[in-house]
Design a protein around this ligand. Structure first.
Ligand SMILES: [Zn+2]
Length: 219
């Protein structure tokens, strides 16, 4: 059974998205496929896959906010549907992910090799438990650093798309809105483990992008 908690977007919002898509097309940046527009509890974009159409979901609370802030978010989400923002991770990011997975795999293997001769009951009390835990956490953090670095690069590229292709600006008010809604855990997470760059940095990057129109396309 479907657990889709989104609702269809009002016609006015669909029109706003269509206008942004048309602007992108005029500038030579068509979206990969036409998205359906929904309202939900958080904003996101999903490419077409498995027979499902592409979808943009807008945080319904943004209907109450200024059109400029709403359009910024729509421009960012449309960025996720542009071929220019699809990227493979850097060599470092892929190395971190592979390294993290390898550390976790080796840890599990070593714990099993230590545990088997001594019996599984020895693990909770013995050093194998501590080292095993250390290895898993270390591998997890290193792997996540690679994955999250890739994610932040993609989010930054979508911000540039919103600025340069869809002509939107990330306002100070929206930075404050993002900070209010990102939650304490997210705020305390070191940048290297965050899926999105920090809101203040995102605005600085966008202002830089706007100030340098010669750079053209998102990278
Ligand atoms: Zn995004």
């Amino acid at each position: 059974m479907s657990r889709d908690r989104t609702t269809p977007a009002p016609a006015s919002l669909v029109r706003e998205v269509e206008e942004l898509i048309a602007r992108g097309e005029r500038l030579g940046y068509p979206v990969l496929s036409q998205p359906e527009i929904r309202l939900g509890t958080r904003s996101s974009a999903r490419s077409a896959r498995g027979g499902q159409p592409a979808r943009i979901t807008l945080d319904a609370r943004l209907l109450e906010r200024s059109a400029a802030d709403r359009h910024w978010v729509l421009g960012h989400e449309l960025g996720h549907l542009l071929p220019g923002t699809l990227r493979v991770g850097s060599v470092l990011q892929r190395a971190l992910l592979a390294g993290g997975l390898a550390i976790m795999a080796v840890t599990v293997l070593v714990v099993v090799l230590v545990a088997v001769p001594r019996g599984w009951a020895a693990i909770p009390d013995g050093p194998a438990w501590n080292w095993g835990l250390f290895g898993i956490v270390t591998g997890l953090v290193i792997g996540l650093a690679g994955l999250m670095g890739h994610s932040r690069d993609t989010e930054a590229a979508c911000d540039r798309a919103s600025a340069l292709i869809y002509g939107q600006t990330l306002s100070k008010e929206h930075v404050a809105y993002l900070l209010r809604h990102e939650g304490l855990l997210n705020r305390l997470t070191p940048t290297v483990l965050r899926s999105h760059p920090r809101p203040g940095w995102r605005r600085e990057q966008v202002l830089t992008a706007h100030g340098d129109p010669g750079t053209g396309a998102p990278v």
